[in-house]
Design a protein around this ligand. Structure first.
Ligand code: CA2
Length: 214
């Protein structure tokens, strides 16, 4: 049974104790229970953590990379807290770990102060869930599960005999807010060379399908 890692950054241990108008009244323990419930429906286990320390979160992300590569970990749901808006180091850690991450925010950061509208994490994330309150946690787990499963379902060159030109990941994030991830044509590790074909649902349309073409 695979595990989903759920990481929470600074001050999220205070959830449910302050600022209920922004973050609601559920505690982090309530959120953990919601995550277990959702993961159970998907046949996953949950590893739920919170830290007030950037370096601790980075260590956990680094450790998660090999677990994911070994197939024991699905990926991570990450609410980086205020580190979202400051931490290039978290961005680099996610990229270096090659970890599928869904970034999650309880509040709608885009409807708040301007400084909360920029995220260092988003460009490294597979998808983003924003503004659904703590209900976003199960949504993020479901989105991560679907994104990873559909990427794994892409046929390989070994089985299809397709030239090695296409990316390992399907383009487009699993995002509740519609954020997308640019398509890449550069494999990032050796196993990428075995995952080469665009998923039919995500492949760009043939030229004849484009509007205005005969
Ligand atoms: O909306 C979110 O989930 C945030 O990641 C929460 C962060 C904030 O800095 C981000 O901009 C958006 C703040 C986490 C602190 O959480 C508290 C919860 C209750 C009371 C006080 C802080």
């Amino acid at each position: 049974m695979r595990t989903v890692l759920v990481l929470n950054g600074p001050n999220l241990n205070l959830l449910g104790t302050r600022e209920p108008s922004i973050y609601g009244s559920a505690t982090l323990t309530d959120v953990e229970r919601m995550c277990h419930d959702e993961a159970g429906k998907l046949g996953l286990m949950v590893d739920f953590r919170q830290s007030n320390h950037e370096g601790q979160l980075i260590d956990w992300i680094q450790e998660a990379g090999p677990e994911c590569a070994a197939g024991r970990l699905l990926g991570a749901v990450l609410n980086p807290g205020a580190l979202t808006h400051t931490s290039l180091a978290l961005h680099d850690a996610i990229k270096a770990a090659d970890l599928p991450v869904v970034e999650l925010h309880i509040s709608n950061v885009h409807a708040r102060e301007e400084l909360r509208r920029h995220s260092f994490v988003s460009p490294a994330a597979r998808g983003i869930v924003v503004g659904f309150g703590v209900a976003g946690y199960p949504l993020a787990i479901r989105g991560l599960y679907d994104a990873v499963r559909s990427a794994e379902a892409i046929p390989t060159s070994a089985s299809e005999g397709v030239p090695e030109e296409h990316p390992r990941r399907s383009p487009g994030g699993t995002t509740t807010t519609g954020s997308t991830r640019p398509q890449t044509t550069s494999p990032t590790r050796s196993s990428d060379h075995h995952r080469l074909r665009l998923h039919p649902e995500t492949a760009p349309p043939a030229r004849r399908d484009l509007p205005g073409r005969a």
